[in-house]
Design a protein around this ligand. Sequence first.
Ligand code: C5P
Length: 236
Amino acid sequence: MNTANASPVIVALDYDDIQAAKTLVAKLSPELCRLKVGKEMFTLYGPEWVKYLVGEGFDVFLDLKFHDIPNTVAKAVTAAAKLGVWMTNVHASGGPDMVRAAKEAAQSASIGAAPLLTAVTVLTSMDERQFSAVYQTTDIAKKVSELALLAQNAGADGVVCSAKEALLLRKQVDRKFCLVTPGIRPHGSDSNDQIRVMTPLAAIQAGVDYLVVGRPITQADSPFDALCAINKSLAI
Ligand code: C5P
């Protein structure tokens, strides 16, 4: 685990081709960012890919958003911790027992420092129509707050949320409870399919701890320069 990293940037490795991902990773540096492996790359390339990135010295966020019975989630988190990942996550809606079991597994199974355990509140892809079909209410902000507090009370280290929710959550959760947000776009970059975007600086000013950034770095002419520009905008 690379504890010397002062950058809040987590680069999302959204690739279906491991060589393309390796080429990108070779242009980055563990001192300047962390990396996120999600469902696509993990399903394609598995634990060996995660071990490779950890072996290259990167802090790895294994973004598999576990949601199952507590025993099963605990075993999955145990497996993640044994890979040496820096962060992994679950769905807060799996309930307090599930989140608590995940946290205990992270602490007892890690090979070094325990991975941070974060929890997804409400997926940012949920609009009011989708949300009300699940929860019979359109008050997304209230549900995000409730699930964040559920996660905190069950021992999670933070939540994955929209940057737009960060200001509200920052007032409700402990300072050390970390907020991890995607949908980050530097000034002038393409928003792609993200609807509600925020610049890196605005997100940090809203109380976000870690910024998940994909295409603005991975699709840049120079990913290294794009990463450095974001860090510089944050005075890092
Ligand atoms: O390329 P871009 O910066 O949009 O990538 C954002 C990353 O964050 C992707 O890996 C995406 O799956 C992830 N993510 C997201 N919105 C969420 C949760 C995760 O964009 N609510």
